[in-house]
Design a protein around this ligand. Structure first.
Ligand code: ATP
Length: 207
C-alpha cells in the first residue's frame, strides 16, 4: 500500500485554547459541539502557559494540564496539547497556529473561542495572521447586554468568522473558583474526576 505522508492529507483540525482553570461543563459542550458540527478530524485543547491577557495569576500549568486531561482525554479525536505550557514567555495563539500549519500545511485550521475572547481578538499578537491561518468559530456565552455588546466581526474579515452552534451555558471558571472558596456545591459544573483533583490538591481554597 502506498504511504501518504500525514502532512499531505486534507485534515480538519480544531484548536481550542484557554486557561482551563478549571475546565468546566461549557468547555466540554463547546468541544463536543465543535467535533460534531464541524466534522473535525482532531481537536487540540491547548491550555495556555502564561496568559498575557488575564489579570489574575493562573494555577500552575501542571494542575491545569492534569485537569484538562481528566476532562477531555476520553473524547474521541480530542488531544490535550501541552505545547503552550512548554514555551517560555507569554503564550500567543499565533505561535501555535504557525506550528500546526508547518506540521500540516494542507490542513484547514478552525479556532474556537467564546464571545468574550472574540471581542479581544484584534488586540492579539499578529491577529490578521491568526485570521489568515484559521477560521474562527465563536460560541455565544449569552453574556452580552448593555455593558457587554455582542461581538461583531471586523469588517474586512467577516468571511473568516462563523458562529458555533451550542446551547448557552452561563458557566465560568471564575464562578466555579468562587463557589469552591465559599464551600458551595459544584453540581455538574465540572466532571467528578476534576472535582476530586481540585479537592485532592486543595485548589481554589481562597477567592
Ligand atoms: P475565567 O472565568 O477564569 O475567565 P472561563 O470560564 O472564561 O475562565 P477559559 O478557560 O478562560 O474559561 O475559557 C477558554 C475558552 O472557553 C474561551 O474561549 C472562553 O470564551 C470559552 N468559554 C468559557 N466559558 C464559556 C461558556 N460558558 N460558553 C461559551 N464559551 C465559553
Amino acid at each position: 500500500m502506498e504511504h501518504t505522508p500525514a502532512s499531505t492529507t486534507h485534515r480538519r483540525i480544531g484548536v481550542f485554547g484557554g486557561a482551563f482553570d478549571p475546565p468546566h461543563a461549557a468547555h466540554i459542550t463547546l468541544v463536543r459541539s465543535a467535533m460534531t458540527n464541524l466534522k473535525l478530524d482532531e481537536l487540540h485543547v491547548v491550555p495556555t502557559g502564561h496568559a498575557w491577557h488575564k489579570a489574575r495569576p493562573l494555577s500552575p500549568a501542571q494542575h491545569r494540564l492534569a485537569m484538562a486531561r481528566l476532562a477531555f482525554s476520553d473524547m474521541p479525536g480530542v488531544v490535550v496539547d501541552a505545547r503552550e505550557t512548554q514555551r517560555t514567555g507569554p503564550s500567543y495563539t499565533i505561535d501555535t497556529l504557525r506550528e500546526l500549519h508547518l506540521q500540516w500545511p494542507r490542513a484547514e485550521l478552525f479556532l474556537m473561542m467564546g464571545e468574550d475572547q472574540a471581542r479581544t481578538l484584534t488586540s492579539w499578537r499578529s491577529w490578521q495572521e491568526v485570521l489568515r491561518l484559521a477560521i474562527i468559530y465563536v460560541a455565544d456565552r449569552g453574556d452580552w447586554n448593555r455593558t457587554m455588546p455582542r461581538f461583531i466581526a471586523p469588517k474586512l474579515y467577516e468571511s473568516r468568522f462563523r458562529r458555533l452552534q451550542m446551547p448557552h451555558m452561563p458557566v465560568s471558571a471564575t464562578d466555579i473558583r468562587a463557589r469552591i472558596a465559599s464551600r458551595q456545591d459544584l453540581g455538574d459544573l465540572v466532571f467528578e474526576s476534576v472535582a476530586r483533583y481540585i479537592d485532592h490538591h486543595h485548589l481554589y481554597q481562597t477567592a
